[in-house]
Write a protein that binds this ligand. Structure first.
Ligand SMILES: [Zn+2]
Length: 68
């Protein structure tokens, strides 16, 4: 499972902290699935479809964003 980044230190600037800024559910990444298919075949498509929930975190200091 994805690690929760709320309140953890930014890996980019190491001064700010991540805060949750957005969340996407239900959307499956077509591009990711296609890339997975190229690399891993049908199993890659399944792996792409599993990434349904994406949470976006943003650093309070430098604005660096991370999506998980
Ligand atoms: Zn930062």
């Amino acid at each position: 499972m994805a690690k929760v980044l709320d309140g953890t230190r930014c890996s980019k600037c190491s001064m700010g902290y991540y805060a949750r800024v957005g969340e996407r559910t239900g959307g499956f990444s077509g591009g990711k699935a296609v890339a997975g298919a190229v690399i891993a075949g049908p199993l890659g498509i399944a792996a792409g479809a599993l990434g349904k929930k994406k949470v976006t975190y943003k650093c309070s200091k430098c604005g660096y964003t991370v999506e998980q």
